[in-house]
Design a protein around this ligand. Structure first.
Ligand code: FAD
Ligand code: EPU
Length: 337
């Protein structure tokens, strides 16, 4: 039976490393454990939060309810044919360990997503993406439990409504289901995805052209750009990259000919928030221990004893400046609790 701990520290369970606590905390090792917890009356009466590894969460204060952490482990090949292998992984598996294991077997599809922090169970939630790939390309289905009924749910890929940093789990099913596992379809004859320019450049000098080498290069690139949360607390990109209409893009481009952008759906462009933030002079700036990272303006960092409030205040100033200068409203990627 899962144990409920009281007044539990979350400092190691949030990648900003804020010194916060939760009123109640419970780790669940199996689907049964979760069903048992959610059937208890206290689950109904209590504010609840599902927590993975806390790498996309900002706790603005102590959490006054019950945190449930699915730590369901296991990776299992459930099917294969000549081209593909289908692997089911438990929600509590560490994402990057899963990627390392898959690429070591030579299975392709998620190698560009190497070194992203967090758990397998969280990977579909914001459809994690990096270096030209998104996890939706490899997901076959997601298994979950309905928190109201305890019933098992299966979301086939189409039902997940994946989009850029978005899915049904951030919308209709937010806080209404607990993901217990995800099934991935990986390729036995992988085609390398070299769409990201820096990746293509670095791969061109490599003798081996395989998923393992992609993984190594991605790790190199990430280490050169992003702060290690163990050293400087952070949650990766703090904001999403905005999509703006073509007309608005042309207006900004006239004033700022260096404006980087990528084509997006319809007549719109995606603009890197990091560029907008850097143009506003925030890159490398600090307000006490809350700062905008010197090598990547989109990452807000806890340099020591910053609190969630300090980071949120900094984020608000950045949002105001970007809106004032470019007329673009930044949307937070990080989940604020
Ligand atoms: P958490 O932060 O614990 O939770 C995230 C959200 O999911 C919360 O709303 C939580 O309630 C919910 N949740 C968690 N588990 C479950 C579950 N089992 N069932 C239902 N709901 C659940 N993201 C990218 O997409 N691309 C990147 O390149 C990237 N780089 C990063 C780099 C750094 C240094 C850091 C710190 C973060 C980065 N991120 C990136 C963000 C983060 O790694 C991902 O969002 C990751 O999927 C979060 O996983 P987690 O287990 O830590 O989720
Ligand atoms: N740029 C700046 N200043 C900076 C950094 C970047 O102007 O300080 C500009 C440059 O023009 C650069 C462009 O922004 O070419 C894009 O930068 P980068 O390739 O580093 O990616 P990003 O748009 O900042 C996104 C994701 C990351 C993901 C990388 C790599 C979002 C919100 N972020 O960042 O995901 O790892 O691409 O593909 O989409 C995360 O979600 O937490 C995350 C880290």
């Amino acid at each position: 039976m899962p144990e409920i701990l009281r007044n539990h520290s979350l400092s190691k369970l949030n990648s900003f490393h804020f010194d916060v606590r939760t009123h109640k905390y419970c780790e669940c090792k199996s689907v049964k454990d979760i069903q048992e917890i959610i059937s208890r009356p206290e689950f109904r009466n209590e504010k609840t939060l599902i927590l993975g590894e806390g790498s996309n969460i900002l706790f603005s204060k102590d959490f006054g309810g019950l945190i449930i952490r699915p730590v369901i482990l296991g990776r299992e090949i459930i099917r294969e044919d000549r081209e593909y292998v289908w692997i089911r992984a438990g929600a509590g598996e560490n994402w990057d360990e899963f990627v390392a294991w898959s690429t070591a077997w030579g299975f392709g599809g998620i190698e560009n997503l190497s070194l992203i922090p967090g758990s397998v169970g969280s990977s579909p939630i914001q459809n994690i993406g990096a270096y030209g790939a998104e996890v939706q390309e490899s997901i076959e289905e997601v298994s979950a439990l309905d928190v109201l009924t305890g019933q098992k749910l299966t979301f086939l890929k189409e039902a997940c409504r994946f989009a850029y940093r978005d899915s049904i789990f951030k919308q209709e099913w937010k806080n209404k289901c607990i993901i217990t596992s995800a099934t991935f379809r990986l390729s036995k004859k992988p085609e390398l995805n070299l769409g990201y320019q820096m990746l293509a450049e670095k791969m061109s000098g490599r003798e081996r052209q395989d998923v393992e080498t992609i993984r190594q290069v991605i790790i190199e690139i990430r280490r050169s750009k992003l702060p290690d949360p163990e050293q400087f607390g952070n949650a990766g990109s703090f904001f999403k990259n905005p999509r703006i209409p073509e007309e608005q893009y042309q207006g900004i481009l006239e004033k700022y000919p260096g404006l980087p952008s990528y084509p997006a759906a319809g007549r719109s462009r995606k603009i890197p928030s990091a560029w907008l933030i850097e143009q506003c002079g925030w890159k490398g700036k600090r307000r006490g221990d809350a700062g905008c990272y010197e090598k990547q303006a989109l990452v807000l960092v806890n340099y020591g004893s910053a609190t969630g409030k300090d980071i949120l205040e900094l984020a608000t100033l950045i949002e105001k400046d970007v809106h004032g200068r470019f007329g673009i409203r930044l949307e937070k990627e990080v989940n604020v609790i």
